[in-house]
Write a protein of this length. Sequence first.
Length: 323
Amino acid sequence: MQGLVIRSTGSWYEVQETILQENLSDDLQVDNQQPREVMKCRLKGKFKTKELKITNPIAVGDRVIYEIENESEQTGVITNILPRDNYIIRKSVHKTAHGQLIASNLDQAMIIATLTSPRTSLGFIDRFLVAAESFRIPAVVIFNKTDLLSEEGLEYQQELVEIYEKIGYKCLQTSTTENLNIDKFEFALKDKKTLLSGHSGVGKSSLVNALNPALDIRTAEISTFANKGIHTTTFAQMFEITRNSYIIDTPGIKELGLMDISPAELSHYFPEMRNFLNKCKFNNCLHTHEPKCVVRDAVEAGEIAECRYQSYLSMLENDDDRR
Ligand SMILES: Nc1nc2c(ncn2[C@@H]2O[C@H](COP(=O)(O)OP(=O)(O)O)[C@@H](O)[C@H]2O)c(=O)[nH]1
Ligand SMILES: [Mg+2]
Ligand SMILES: [Zn+2]
């Protein structure tokens, strides 16, 4: 049987049955009603993690092959892991040469930001976007609490949306209190597996709650559990907010820590810089002060947004934070 890992404790895994197209019953041709079982599974034997140096062999989002062990107790055994489209990983707390696999097979990574109460800095958003680029996962920026913004605030937010959309990031301006663009938020999540991140207080729970009130309690429980630090290694969890739309709630942005991005590589994760990269005078140009740097020229010409360039510089400086 094929399934999707929706929860992991490190020793056992909750696997949700995947209904393959050919197995759909005739009267339920669309996969939106057929019940799916969830089994508590163990791993069969030792799994080779191959070239990936990871401390945990399986994470939420993994597609696996499993066998039912005990139907009445709903237990099973995972026999195989299907190839991953992508994955996110962070440095292991214990084994520094190894990473901890957080989640795999993501369709997108979404950052929930607010310009006020609390203020999410642009540096924070850009770090998130760079991390998503480095994992090759499309990123989306949600500006929530739009209702709190003044006229000037709204204009500024609109400018940011234009900056980010121009370089390829989908953006939404939402408000849960005024039900603004919640339908678009729901549509953006539809049939996808989405990593949801953002500072505490920006409205992650409220947004999720607006789509599926039943999930609120569970996500709240996870956050407090993670905050108390009962486990040094907290595992991400996946929630099905509507049929086949999943979110992965990470305990914090640190989960998306930038692993091993060298200064020379960093500009590759700024999509608007990519076109310029081989055109600087020096082929090892870091675009900070070097003469004949086309990236700095582009910033001066307004082709690259100044705020994005500032984030780039600050990430170069804070090399330690990224590792
Ligand atoms: N004004 C305003 N407040 C909001 C909005 N969304 C959430 N809040 C409030 O912000 C606070 C934090 O929201 P919560 O969903 O718990 O944030 P989380 O920590 O990211 O899960 C709560 O008091 C919410 O009622 C919004 O769009 N506008
Ligand atoms: Mg919350
Ligand atoms: Zn340069």
